[in-house]
Design a protein around this ligand. Structure first.
Ligand code: ZN
Length: 497
């Protein structure tokens, strides 16, 4: 926006007022009536700088020095920013763009994600965190959305963005996420899914099925038993055995999803999009089970926007897809057919770095879909460390090795630590090669909580302060690495415009 001379914010004035050097983000400079606003950074801290007068100037919390108001980039000021500059507030994907969950595990990745997006017609979820990630990083939903909103303001990104409360299981968690401003909720009903059924022999299956009350059984059987559903060239029959299994596996989860849908009017009002995730199960989602779930949710009036089945193969964190690509492709076509017929999109979880399946998604899904990346921005941050501070990298890598076993309690990986080259055999210049090695990537990927939060015996963080100071200093490099890495995702997904 045009900045009038009298209210022009000068870097030198800010530095005088703060008594220290700052980075002034040029794209942030915005005039609103009588007030000009900008974002600056000093080390790890960001500040809003206001100059002029008017309601926004008055409502911001801060200290007036000379003619500038120096305001901390905190939660209260983020809400003021949201009121006066609506593009800084998370929104839903109203115009149905292809969408990607980027998340920003560190609160430092969003400017790089914005760089990766360029002018592409993609709807980004800059904020996307699960409770697991919040716990492991010591953050809150409010904090995550605050960081993303400030980054959006910093870069002058006005194209709209979302916030996803990822893999939420409890009503209370959903309530908190929505109150913080989440515009998408990924409901994880895995605790209601019965993982003991899939492999049962038929005799035991019949016993278990017999324990379901008769009214429920008759109800479902009248609706679905041995019925064939046809969608174009695809025909699926809900045979007796599949139906029995699906009622046992998903019955409780379906009741729960319906309850959540009915509890939060935000979904019906389209203020937040509902995703149902059934990806954290013991076995891949059978296409017939997907059909049963789709039919049931529709019958119950639950209008989800996206559904994440568990696809065949493995979607481990930080590395490419492991599995049979031909089987993935066959099942993808069926899952997409069912999703299309029931008016929601497919969502692919743990989608970062799954480069070998992206061309298949592009080929077989003839409409927008959703991909969630999972913390790949953390690995790019470690890439920055490897490139710019070998000593810090070596210490973090060593600590990751020591904490790896603990981290496997939270993440399923097939990492072989013995295949990771010992640090003393690697020169400083070669440290970044670890980021090209699947085993080392997973080692670093799953230990982030310990690397960020562990403290020494005096109670000081082992790495956190040094790590964030470095990311702040190397912010341009971090942006470039993210733009390149995430850009490769867009390219292979066929999201070129
Ligand atoms: Zn998932």
């Amino acid at each position: 926006m045009e900045v009038y001379g009298v209210k022009k914010i000068r870097k030198s004035d800010i530095e005088r007022a703060l008594g220290t050097a700052v980075t002034l983000y040029k794209e942030s400079v915005t005039s609103l009536g009588e007030c000009t606003l900008a974002l600056v950074r000093n080390g790890k801290k960001k500040y809003l700088i206001a100059k002029g007068s008017g309601p926004m100037f008055d409502e911001l919390e801060g200290k007036v020095t000379d003619d500038l108001k120096i305001c901390p980039a905190n939660h209260a000021n983020r809400l003021v920013l949201n009121t006066y500059l609506p593009y800084t507030k998370p929104t839903t994907n109203k115009d149905g763009r292809p969408s990607i969950g980027l998340g920003d595990r560190l609160g430092e990745a969003t400017p790089g994600h914005i760089k990766a997006l360029g002018n592409k017609n993609i709807f980004p979820y800059f904020a996307q965190q699960s409770i697991r990630e919040l716990n492991l990083t010591g953050r809150t939903f409010d904090g995550v959305i605050d960081d993303a909103a400030y980054a959006v303001f910093q870069c002058g990104y006005t194209a709209g963005w979302g916030a996803d409360g990822d893999h939420l299981k409890k009503e209370e968690e959903i309530k908190t996420a929505l109150r913080s401003g989440a515009t998408m909720i990924t409901l994880d009903s895995s605790e209601m899914i019965d993982n003991t059924i899939a492999g049962l022999p038929e005799k035991e299956l019949l016993v278990r099925y017999g324990n379901v009350d008769e009214k429920t059984r008759t109800f479902y059987e009248n609706l679905y038993k041995e019925r064939t559903f046809t969608f174009g060239t695809l025909s699926l029959t809900l045979d007796t055995v599949s139906l029995m299994k699906d009622i046992l596996i998903y019955g409780k989860a379906l009741d729960y999803i319906q309850k959540i849908w009915e509890t939060f009017p935000e979904f019906k009002a389209n203020e937040a999009f509902l995703e149902v995730s059934i990806d954290e199960t013991a076995t891949p989602t059978d296409p017939k089970s997907h059909l049963f779930i789709a039919l049931e949710l529709k019958r119950r009036g639950v209008l989800l926007k996206t559904l994440a089945p568990r696809f065949a193969g493995e979607f481990q964190k930080g590395i490419d897809y492991i599995g049979d690509l031909a089987q993935f492709e066959r099942e993808l076509i069926i899952h997409e057919t069912i999703a299309l017929a029931h008016d929601y999109r497919l969502s692919v979880h743990s989608g970062s770095d799954k480069f070998s399946i992206f061309p298949l998604l592009a080929k077989h899904i003839d409409r927008p879909f959703h991909v969630k990346t999972a913390g790949t921005n953390w690995l790019e941050a470690m890439h920055v460390v490897a490139l710019t501070d070998p000593s810090l990298y070596r210490r973090m890598h060593t600590h990751a090795l020591a904490r790896f076993k603990d981290a496997t309690a939270f993440y399923v990986v097939t990492t072989d630590l013995s295949k990771i080259k010992p640090l003393d055999k690697v020169s400083d210049q070669q440290l970044c090669d670890y980021l090209k090695d699947d085993n080392a990537r997973q080692l670093l990927h799953i230990t982030y909580g310990y690397l960020l939060q562990d403290k020494d015996e005096k109670g000081a963080y082992l790495f956190r302060d040094e790590f964030f100071a470095l990311l702040g200093k190397e912010e341009e490099l971090y942006q470039d690495l993210l733009a390149k890495h995430i850009g490769k995702h867009f390219e292979l997904l066929g999201w070129k415009k």
